[in-house]
Design a protein around this ligand. Structure first.
Ligand SMILES: [Fe+2]
Ligand SMILES: [Fe+2]
Length: 221
C-alpha cells in the first residue's frame, strides 16, 4: 500500500475508533446503572438516620437533579473533546471526565437506594450539553475551558445548597455531594489555570436560567 494510502487508512481507522468510543460513552452515560466508578462511593458504610417517605421523595428529587447534572457534565466534556484542541490539557480534562463518571455512578447508586429512577429527560439534556460543549470547543480553547469553569461553578452552588436542603437524616446522599463539591472545585480550578476565559455575568445568568429549567423539570421526572 502506498504511504499516503496507509496514512489515510490509519486516519479512517482512528476516526472510526473515536466514534465507537463516543457511542460507548453515550451508552454508559444514558443507560441506568451502566457507569462504572473508579473510586468507591463516599457513602461507604455511613448510616442514614430515620427518614420519612416524604423526605425520601425530596432526597430522590435532589439526587435526580445531581445525576442529570453529571449527565450534562459528561456530555459537555464529550462535546468539547470532539472539537477543542486542548493539546496540553487534554489529559487533565480526561481525568475530570473520569471523575464525572464516578459522580454519575454514585448518584445512580444512591437513587437505587432511595428507590427512585434517573430522569427520563436525560437524553434531551445530554444532546443539548453535547452541542453546547462542541460549539464552545469550536470557537477556541479559552472559551471552551471557560465554559467548563462556569459550569463547574454553577454545579458547585447546587451541591452546596442541596447539602443544606437534604433531609436531616439523609447522611449517605450528603456524603456523596460533599465529595462531589470538592471534585467540582478542582475541575473549575484546572479549567481556569489551563487558560479558561472567565465568563461575564450576563452569560452566567443565562446559564443559571437554563439550569433552573433543568432542575424544575428533573426534580419530578
Ligand atoms: Fe461532577
Ligand atoms: Fe466537574
Amino acid at each position: 500500500m502506498p504511504h499516503s494510502d496507509a496514512i489515510s487508512a490509519q486516519r479512517h481507522h482512528s476516526r472510526a475508533d473515536q466514534l465507537i468510543h463516543q457511542f460507548d460513552t453515550v451508552l454508559r452515560t444514558l443507560v441506568p446503572h451502566a457507569a462504572q466508578p473508579s473510586r468507591p462511593s463516599p457513602a461507604g458504610n455511613i448510616h442514614d438516620e430515620a427518614i420519612s417517605d416524604q423526605e425520601r421523595q425530596h432526597a430522590a428529587g435532589l439526587m435526580r437533579i445531581n445525576h442529570t447534572g453529571e449527565v450534562c457534565a459528561q456530555a459537555l466534556y464529550q462535546g468539547q473533546g470532539f472539537t477543542a484542541r486542548l493539546p496540553e490539557t487534554r489529559t487533565q480534562m480526561e481525568l475530570a471526565a473520569q471523575e464525572e463518571i464516578d459522580h454519575l455512578a454514585w448518584c445512580d447508586a444512591r437513587l437505587v437506594e432511595l428507590d427512585a429512577n434517573t430522569s427520563l429527560l436525560n437524553p434531551l439534556f445530554y444532546m443539548t450539553s453535547f452541542a453546547l460543549g462542541a460549539a464552545a470547543g469550536a470557537i477556541n480553547d479559552k472559551v471552551s475551558l471557560g465554559f467548563v469553569a462556569a459550569t463547574e461553578e454553577l454545579v458547585g452552588e447546587h451541591l452546596s445548597k442541596h447539602q443544606q436542603t437534604l433531609p436531616e437524616g439523609d447522611q449517605r446522599s450528603r456524603a456523596v455531594l460533599r465529595q462531589m463539591e470538592i471534585d467540582e472545585a478542582h475541575h473549575e480550578q484546572w479549567a481556569l489555570e489551563a487558560g479558561g476565559h472567565r465568563f461575564p455575568g450576563p452569560l452566567k445568568s443565562a446559564m443559571r436560567l437554563m439550569s433552573k429549567v433543568m432542575t424544575a423539570s428533573v426534580y419530578r421526572v
